[in-house]
Write a new protein. Structure first.
Length: 340
């Protein structure tokens, strides 16, 4: 029988386990960074069989594999050979969902460095990442293309369900032109236009970000309905009927959010709509992934997640009126706003 003491530990043990959760995440990071799952594609192997080609210490690799088996990522077979479980299969390079890229990015020394200054972030409201690295998060990515690629893969994976969920939840057919502001390679815009035949789209982002968008838009069959326009939303945005800002507003402090929103308000047709796609935090003690993500935004970027009332306040300062919050079949909602 399972030991009830392990299933229902006392409160002090639960807190200690929370405080030591980084041990599990760092263990999974080691497996991802070493490419361990790729080494087990051909079948079960022991640490002794893998150590030479992986250039690692065999007894220590065995201990790592044994721990991963306890986490359900590997399973131990005869003669101390380990095989991938279904969960472990998802850690292979190129596996659907890009878990390996996400784990490597999240566990990298640069990403972790900001959390060394989490108390500083709470004390000051400033990003711990900036203090650790001496540069803002997105500036760091611009200087480190390998990390930037990992980050993009992680974002695409984390939000992979959102484009279709957003396209299904909202009637975009009423618009003639839709701008995806900061739309990267066009995932969101592609799903919206594929589901709604009437509108045309403008994909608007920095030049080095949109350079790979053509391939995706062609694959989705909507490239003839999209204009790719390089630019910077801190400077201006194109004129249109509707503006999608998907996971843009939560990246920035309030002053910069108001700068972005002011450019949208200036360019938007009077009867148009602003559509902010973000996690909208529920009130009270309700558990929600956005509440943990809010701490990531504080430490890494200096941005924040918001409740509905907090979005209404921000939008009011920018000359908008929050008209409705539309839930989707994902963790994100659509915050709709009109010009006051």
């Amino acid at each position: 029988m399972p030991d009830s003491r392990l299933e229902n530990p006392p409160q002090h043990v639960q807190l200690i386990q929370m405080g030591r959760a980084h041990i599990v995440s760092r263990t999974v990071y080691a497996a991802a960074k070493l490419g361990l799952a790729d080494q087990l594609v051909s079948g079960p192997k022991s640490a002794a069989e893998l150590a030479g080609s992986m250039r690692v210490h065999a007894p220590s690799l065995h201990r790592l594999m044994r721990t991963l088996a306890s986490l359900g990522i590997l399973t131990e077979r005869m003669e101390q050979r380990f095989a991938l479980t279904d969960l472990g299969e998802a850690l292979k390079t190129g596996a659907p969902g890009s878990a390996r890229s996400a784990v490597i990015f999240s566990g990298s020394p640069s990403s972790q460095s900001g959390w060394d200054h989490v108390v500083y972030s709470v004390q000051t409201g400033k990003p711990g990442f900036d203090k650790a690295q001496g540069v803002a998060f997105f500036d760091y990515l611009a200087q480190h293309p390998e990390d930037a690629s990992l980050f993009s893969e992680m974002m695409d994976s984390l939000h992979s369900q959102e484009p279709s969920a957003v396209a299904e939840a909202y009637d975009f057919s009423v618009f003639k032109t839709i701008v995806d502001v900061g739309g990267a390679t066009g995932n969101m815009l592609a799903d919206v236009l594929a589901q709604h035949a009437g509108p045309r789209g403008i994909l608007f982002d920095r030049p080095h970000v949109v350079k790979d968008a053509t391939r995706l838009l062609e694959a989705k069959g909507i490239s003839d309905r999209v204009v790719i326009e390089p630019g910077d939303f801190f400077t201006n945005v194109p004129r249109a009927d509707a503006y999608i800002l998907s996971h843009i507003i939560h990246d920035w402090d309030e002053d910069r959010c108001l700068t972005i929103l002011s450019h949208v308000r200036k360019a938007m047709n009077p009867a148009g709509r602003l559509l902010i796609v973000e996690m909208v935090l529920p009130p009270g003690d309700t558990a929600h992934p956005g509440k943990v993500l809010d701490m990531v935004m504080l430490v890494q970027l200096g941005g924040r997640e918001r409740t509905e009332s907090e979005y209404a306040s921000l939008l009011s300062k920018a000359g908008f009126r929050l008209t409705q919050v539309v839930p989707t079949n994902s963790a994100a909602s659509i915050v709709e706003a009109a010009v006051v």
